[in-house]
Design a protein around this ligand. Structure first.
Ligand code: NAD
Length: 371
């Protein structure tokens, strides 16, 4: 149907979305700066398989610094996932990175998207914008972020709203809740717990383990994001993307230990500043607007994540998702029968436009090249 610019394409969520969009017949222009927030090697592995598709053109570039001129040429829609994630590192001087990658990058991309007149701009926001509010969290609650990270994501969301209101951009902000699944970032809870259990190390838990999170499977998050590209939405829509079933961290560990057949040893550490006690999102608005339903139960989703961790250790590095569940009304572009096309020798990378955004070369080893 058209061309999507996907930022953060090599990240945890972005790499899954890239596969999903290609599978659905979109032409995908992926951008990623391969930041060293965690190992760029993991990001290269994330996209290694899909980068072989001729429908993914992967570009390495920094949205906060590089010239974006030409990047949006021929682009119909944008999904903006690129950003600096994580609460703890956002305190102190580290905040400058959050300002650059979550606020400056978003404003520059919005400016380019408005100038190019794209049909839709989807922004990855976060449950971290909420702070204290009645549960379940609804989009109309006054956002009061408890961390500089949350504040930076909220600033991005506010900018998105301004470009919708004043510049006529058709936008959707999706507030993701605690996403988990294969390729999860190494700083996130399930990733850390699984690695500790596999190593027979004590499992590090911040606080008493009773804090609850609304864990939402990455395949469901990807399905909501794909739907947001084409669904009719009110101007500047903001939608929770949540499973709606909070689970205590200690129960999460118990499921993981069961799946791995080990007895967990918990090592309690002081609670971290800015960590919310409980997240629970109401996703009724997303259900209505996107005709979307989160369908993956926690145990099945965690099982897939465990398989990914085990697979990495045994050398089976590629973990492509099964097709994500579709909303009933999904009117996406041509669906391919065969999934992602595979051309082992093709490198899914091309220069785009005349800007200074570079080219990444994936599929022929680990070379990361700038022209
Ligand atoms: P991730 O770190 O795996 O992916 C983000 C990607 O963006 C990385 O690959 C990074 O290299 C890239 N990036 C960062 N700054 C960039 C820049 N200036 N230019 C180009 N690329 C840049 O994180 P993720 O968990 O996949 O999260 C994706 C998005 O979803 C983020 O915006 C995050 O704030 C948001 N989010 C994630 C969760 C979650 O649970 N994972 C929850 C709420 C919101």
């Amino acid at each position: 149907m058209g061309c999507v610019l996907l930022t953060g394409a090599a990240g945890f969520i972005g790499s899954h979305l890239a596969e999903d969009l290609v599978r659905d017949g979109w032409s995908v222009r992926g951008v990623d700066a391969f930041t060293d927030t965690y190992a760029p090697r993991q990001k290269r592995d994330n996209v290694a398989a899909v980068a072989r598709s001729p429908e993914l053109h992967l570009i390495t570039g920094d949205l906060a610094r590089d010239d974006l001129h030409g990047l949006l040429e021929g682009v119909d829609a944008v999904v903006h996932l690129a950003g600096e994630p994580g609460v703890p590192a956002s305190w102190g001087p580290g905040f400058a990175t959050y300002v650059e990658r979550n606020i400056i990058a978003t404003q520059r991309l919005l400016e380019a998207a408005a100038a190019a007149g794209v049909d839709r701009f989807v922004y990855a926001s976060s449950s971290s914008v909420y702070g204290p509010a009645d549960r379940p969290l609804v989009e109309s609650a006054v956002p009061r972020p408890l961390s500089p990270y949350g504040a930076s994501k909220l600033a991005g969301e506010v900018l998105v709203g301004a470009y919708a209101q004043e510049r006529g951009l058709s936008t959707v902000s999706l507030r993701y809740f605690s996403v988990y699944g294969p390729r999860q970032r190494p700083d996130m809870a399930a990733h850390r717990f699984i690695e500790a259990l596999l190593d027979h190390r004590p499992v590090p838990v911040y606080g008493d383990g009773r804090q609850a999170r609304d864990f939402t499977y990455v395949g469901d998050v990807v399905a909501a994001t794909s739907a947001a590209l084409v669904a009719p939405v009110p101007t500047g829509a903001v939608l929770n993307v949540a499973k709606g079933e909070p689970v205590e961290v200690r129960d999460l560990i118990a499921i993981l230990a069961e799946e791995l057949g080990v007895e967990p040893r918990i090592e309690h550490r002081p609670q971290r500043v800015g960590d919310t006690e409980r997240t629970e999102g109401c996703a009724d608005a997303a259900r209505d607007v996107l005709r979307w339903e989160p369908v993956t139960d926690l145990r099945s989703g965690l099982r897939r994540q465990v398989e990914w961790h085990v697979g990495r250790r045994t050398g089976a590095r590629s973990s492509r998702l099964e097709p994500s569940p579709r909303p009933a009304s999904y009117a996406g572009p041509r669906a391919t029968q065969s999934g992602v096309p595979s051309q082992p020798d093709a490198v899914g990378a091309q220069p785009v436009g005349a800007g200074s955004v570079g080219v990444v070369s994936i599929g022929d080893g680990d070379r990361l090249g700038m022209p």
